[in-house]
Design a protein around this ligand. Structure first.
Ligand code: SF4
Length: 375
């Protein structure tokens, strides 16, 4: 029951817990998946939080004056959000809004300046600000990153087999080469890679195939949480759809949880259950995808959505144009960070930072005037 090769849907609890002999049938044909009450696939407890971000800030020092930096880039500033188990959570915003830094802070790939990030699944619970080295190593197995650029993310000197097997070997997750090869073949097939291609080098593949290799490498150590950072931005539109559909089906088959970072709202609308909108290091709105696209509350979200081109020739909606550039994160504006570009700004907006308010079930907005604007 404890051997990961023979468990149902990635569940690592002993068979004795539920009395069912996991492993006597392959995963895809396992008849116990529905009956199991503690595994991952098919029975995710989606009301429980997997990742909780609490007033998180990430600052980077720039320049050096004697012993301390001359200034700080406030890449992420006082961000709070909750990603539930089994969710496909989207994070959108302009370039430079801090999306990637937030994703990396959740993976503990950049230092946390203040606030907390908690990760909690059925077996472990970590506060990433205080995590010990052995726990961080274990967390790396549970939380993985899919990179944006499939051309830069793969070593040109390694075969596809070695690229996919590397996390298993580095983290010593398999006992023998045969076991590693079996796991590599299994994950390659899941990611719809041809097994004959495992002996080739990355330069022999197209962008879409390379991204499948990246995804296979991220999945090989059976993570529960994946951060996909602009993972389809570098691909053609037809390939994008293929990769997105594959990510969605992997999420459902394996019970994965995703943080999907993108600047492309149509991609987010297609894939995500929940969306958070980020502007200059702060979250301005969080809502279930349907609610956000049908009834956005924050002026910034409204402007972003109005800029999506329509295929309907009778659609006379005018895109709401935002004037000016996004301000520098080294010296963000006081009060509401969006007030320098907001068409609804009043003097009070420059004085007080808007506190996130609950607008609806699961819908949070950080704007002083969202009720007036909505009306
Ligand atoms: Fe615009 Fe004021 Fe709302 Fe900020 S608080 S988004 S400036 S209306």
């Amino acid at each position: 029951g404890r051997d990961r090769r023979y468990v149902c849907g990635g569940c690592t609890r002993a068979a004795a817990t539920c009395g069912r002999p996991f492993g006597v049938v392959p995963r895809s044909g396992c008849t116990h998946r529905r009956a199991c009450t503690h595994g991952r696939a098919g029975h995710v407890k989606d009301t429980e939080a997997l990742v909780t971000v609490d007033h998180l800030s990430v600052r980077f020092g720039i320049g050096r004056a004697l012993f301390k930096p001359q200034a700080y880039v406030r890449a992420v500033d006082d961000v709070s959000l909750t990603i539930k188990r089994g969710q496909f959570f989207g994070l959108v915003g302009e370039s430079g809004s801090g999306k990637t830094t937030l994703g990396r802070a959740i993976l503990k790939a950049v230092p946390i300046s203040s606030g907390h990030v908690h990760y909690s699944d059925d077996e472990v619970s970590y506060d990433l600000g205080q995590i010990s080295k052995p726990d961080l190593k274990a967390y790396r197995k549970r939380a993985q990153l899919i990179f944006q650029d499939p051309y830069a993310a793969l070593s040109p000197r390694m075969t596809v087999r070695d690229i996919i097997a590397e996390p298993l070997e580095v983290m010593k997750l398999t006992g023998s080469r045969e076991e590693t090869d079996a796991r590599v073949r299994e994950v390659a097939q899941r990611c719809r890679l041809n097994l004959e291609h495992l002996r080739r080098f990355p330069h022999a593949f197209s962008g879409g195939q390379r991204q499948r290799i990246s995804i296979a490498r991220a999945l090989v150590c059976e993570p529960r949480f994946l951060v996909a950072d602009e993972s389809v931005a570098a691909l053609d539109v037809s390939i994008q759809a293929d990769i997105l559909n594959m990510l969605k089906s992997l999420q459902q088959e394996l019970g994965l949880t995703f943080l999907f970072i993108s600047h492309d709202l149509s991609v987010v609308a297609h894939t995500c259950d929940m969306v958070a909108v980020m502007y200059l290091g702060s979250l301005v709105e969080i809502a279930p995808t349907r609610k956000l696209f049908q009834a956005p509350k924050h002026p910034y979200t409204r402007a972003l959505l109005s800029a999506i081109p329509s295929l309907d020739p009778d659609d006379n909606r005018k895109a709401q144009r935002l004037t000016g550039e996004i301000p520098s994160p080294t010296n963000p504006p006081d009060g509401c960070r969006f007030h320098t570009r907001c068409p609804h700004a009043v003097p009070a907006c420059a004085e007080a930072v808007p506190v996130p308010e609950k607008a609806d079930d699961g819908h949070t907005v950080a704007c002083h005037r969202w009720r007036e604007i909505d009306a």
